[in-house]
Design a protein. Structure first.
Length: 163
């Protein structure tokens, strides 16, 4: 169990709430809450809001409590490019699947820059393969249509083809 999950479980225990009671108070399902407490996954921001409400806390207070406890999966957030080069595939894949978009983006930028200094082509390719995994997960979390600038554009003046 991660420190993050452990702290979440402690907060629930301090309020003498079972997983089912959290669910009945409008929190996530008992299964989702259990997975979060065990550090299997990091809750979506909306889920975190529902947890805070069920625990009778503000979201900012809950986030502060959990941030003090550390990363939800016990891994560096975001990991250093050096860690990404040596971490076992299973551990790296777990980090990618359980982290949020901002940390994936930070890793993507840092590892991309770091890879330029790696002379060994095999090591560079390995790191870039992992960057690709992070980018793929990033776009699963943030669909492209949400990234595209939605501001109205000025009409493009076209030359008329009158002769």
């Amino acid at each position: 169990m991660s420190n993050y999950g452990k702290r979440l479980r402690e907060l629930r225990a301090e309020r003498q709430l079972s997983l089912r009671e959290v669910e009945e108070r409008g929190g996530p399902s008992k299964d989702t809450m259990s997975l979060t407490e065990r550090g299997v996954h990091k809750p979506h921001p909306r889920t975190l809001g529902r947890i805070a409400s069920a625990l009778g806390m503000s979201v900012s207070d809950l986030q502060a409590e959990l941030e003090e406890a550390g990363s939800p999966n016990g891994l560096p957030a975001p990991p250093s490019p050096e860690w990404a080069l040596v971490a076992p595939d299973k551990e790296f894949d777990l980090w990618v699947k359980t982290t949020d978009a901002p940390d994936l983006h930070k890793f993507w930028i840092a590892a991309g820059n770091y890879s330029r200094g790696i002379e060994d082509a095999e090591r560079r390719a390995h790191l870039l393969w992992r960057v690709q995994k992070a980018i793929t997960q990033f776009f699963k979390l943030i669909p492209v249509k949400e990234i595209i600038d939605k501001r109205p554009r000025a009409p493009v003046e076209r030359e008329s083809k009158t002769a």
